[in-house]
Design a protein around this ligand. Structure first.
Ligand SMILES: Nc1ncnc2c1ncn2[C@@H]1O[C@H](COP(=O)(O)OP(=O)(O)OP(=O)(O)O)[C@@H](O)[C@H]1O
Length: 505
């Protein structure tokens, strides 16, 4: 592995979904109301069902048939159909427009070829992995995939520390790298992946299972709390995913995992990892038990000083992919704030937002369990399908709540910080910070802010983040968050329905 570092700015133009827009076709029901946007099979991801909101509906839907001249009526209908069609196209476009970013790539090996991989084919993946990728509806790699995959798959293996915005495909990138390196004929652990939470371990496990669907000989084991093995048992699965505490026990104390053949070690969501007491030390201990030459890969959406120090400790001699601060927030996520005086006013603002725009699914973040419980109850009374997720629930219960939300059984998820990070639900179009994220000293928690708003705007989709500001103090917090990311958060007057509607344009 080479040692010098150099920098390269790459223009990130994720064009695949944008290109596919032109081929979207529309289905209408008998009323002319949009039911769904049908997407041809080569489109990388299915768009969220698109609905016309009340005011956007073509007049035809509300007007009684006046009778009269059939030709005039036909012309009227045609015009209205066109208007409906163009409106729908706009909505679909808004939901799918992809983002352009600048990624700064600092790579340690000046001689390494400058890859700009344009397709998954060019990565020379095994055919069954290519099938797995396409089977998930991925057409083209995202920038982080395009940039990181050649480094991760290079021979001899190279270490990597990589940052990319929330929802840009980091998980898919390292899953592909792990699956590529496994020798299916060898029945022992070869790849070890650490996730900071039980929920994230399960979610990443699902991605491994999906992507590895065409590789039936590659098996996966979950090293998470509650998963018990017999004393003396040895894991034969080639990939192990788990949380640091359990993985450490399985590697050291219980010896279920033989680490001597591990060739890839992945540390996901490093910023979340180090925020949890004990995880940092456990991760380092696990890393030290791995054989020399094991490839180390570390991913994070943010890189505060502490994350950076930790990353350097666990990933020596690394390549580096890093974002500039102002690129950390995604332009596809529009950010607003609403001024309120108390929690009742915040609740009213929320109702006004729901009254004005169509929201596929929303996540609402509260500071305390008490507020979360109150808000969930109020929203349920209004007839919303609400799920409540908070820290005191058992991990299995939490995973079940997230799964139901993912399946769309509930449309609103009210939560404390438990769910701020990593959870991937494609249909979340709005994130509401009912309370702004602060740390235990009451200072703005910018990392958590970034993770929370990153629950929407997944993979280039458009998203809305709305912050409820309740006092001068919380305005001050928001100002500091704006300064941190060098991004303006616009004011929104939720008493003005027209203004709320505009934010979806
Ligand atoms: N190349 C691709 N084409 C289309 N969709 C993709 C592609 N790669 C990933 N996705 C989808 O985009 C979404 C976000 O991807 P992923 O979870 O890998 O992002 P992430 O960067 O790990 O997010 P986070 O930082 O929040 O953990 C997922 O639903 C995933 O299936």
């Amino acid at each position: 592995m080479a040692t010098d570092s150099w920098a390269l700015a790459v223009d990130l133009q994720e064009s695949s979904a944008a290109e596919s827009l032109s081929s979207l076709s529309l289905k209408e029901d008998r009323n002319g109301e949009a039911k769904e946007a049908a997407v041809p099979s080569e489109t990388p991801q299915a768009p969220a069902p698109v609905k016309l909101d009340k005011t956007d509906k073509p007049e035809k839907l509300d007007k009684p048939d006046k009778g009269g001249d059939a030709v005039d009526k036909q012309e009227d209908d045609d015009k209205e159909d066109k208007a409906a069609q163009s409106l729908l196209n706009k909505l679909i476009r808004n939901n799918l427009v992809q983002s352009t970013h600048q990624v700064e790539v600092l790579q340690r090996d000046p001689n390494s070829p400058l890859y700009s991989v344009k397709s998954f084919e060019e990565l020379h993946l095994k055919p069954e992995l290519l099938q797995g990728v396409y089977g998930m509806g991925f057409n083209r790699p995202s920038k982080i995939q395009e940039t990181a995959l050649p480094m991760m798959l290079a021979e001899p293996p190279q270490n990597l520390i990589a940052q990319s915005q929330s929802g840009t495909g980091k998980t898919a990138a390292f899953v592909l790298a792990m699956l590529s390196r496994v020798d299916p004929s060898q029945k022992h652990p070869q790849c070890l992946c650490l996730s900071p939470t039980y929920e994230l371990a399960l979610q990443t496990g699902q991605v491994i299972e999906l992507m590895g669907k065409q590789s039936p000989d590659i098996k996966l084991a979950y090293a998470v709390r509650g998963n018990r093995l017999e004393k003396g048992q040895r894991i034969s699965e080639q990939i192990v995913i788990g949380t640091p505490g359990t993985v450490m026990d399985w590697c050291t104390k219980l010896r279920f995992i033989d680490t001597k053949n591990i060739k890839v070690f992945v540390l996901d969501e490093a910023d979340v990892m180090i925020a949890t007491q004990g995880h940092q030390d456990q991760s380092i201990r696990i890393q030290r038990s791995l054989p020399p030459g094991c490839q180390m890969l570390l991913f994070s959406a943010t890189f505060e000083e502490s994350v950076w120090k930790f990353a350097q400790k666990v990933v020596p001699e690394h390549n580096l992919i890093k974002l500039k601060r102002e690129e950390e927030t995604l332009d596809t996520i529009k950010q607003y704030y609403v001024l309120c005086n108390n929690k009742e006013e915040k609740y009213q603002a929320l109702c006004n937002i729901y009254g004005a725009i169509t929201i596929a699914q929303a996540m609402i973040f509260c500071h305390t369990r008490k507020t979360a419980g109150w808000l969930a109850a109020e929203l349920s009374k209004e007839g919303h399908q609400v799920a409540l997720l908070s820290g005191e629930m058992m991990v299995e219960q939490r995973a079940a709540v997230i799964q139901r939300f993912r399946e769309g059984k509930e449309k609103v998820l009210v939560t404390t910080n438990v769910c701020a990070r990593g959870i991937d639900v494609e249909q979340v179009s709005v994130v509401i910070n009912f309370d702004l994220p602060v740390d235990k000293d009451g200072n703005p928690d910018c990392e958590t802010y970034l993770h929370r708003i990153g629950r929407t705007g997944r993979f280039g989709k458009r998203g809305l983040a709305i912050n409820m500001v309740e006092s001068k103090h919380s305005m001050n917090i928001l100002n500091r968050i704006q300064d941190h990311f060098n991004k303006k958060v616009e004011k929104l007057d939720t008493d003005d329905l027209d203004e709320i509607e505009k934010i979806t344009n």
